[in-house]
Design a protein around this ligand. Sequence first.
Ligand code: ZN
Length: 85
Amino acid sequence: MMYRCDRCHQQQPAGVPSTLIPTEIRRVTYPARVGIHASPPAKTSAGRYAQRASRERRPDPGGHGHETVREERCCPCCSADHHSS
Ligand SMILES: [Zn+2]
């Protein structure tokens, strides 16, 4: 698909790969959530998996991470410049 590079503003012909470069990121905190992950199937005493999935739900501890706010679609030339600088 054709696209216009966000850095050099040149129209790129079809077949030229594009690279998305994040220009703005934000730090996010994910809250802890209770009882949302399914437990793995329990094994029976015979060593086989139980017929029914366990109803037990495990919590998610939450945590920190990063999200992309803004990104630029760049041609191979501009993405090479970005990685070398
Ligand atoms: Zn470019």
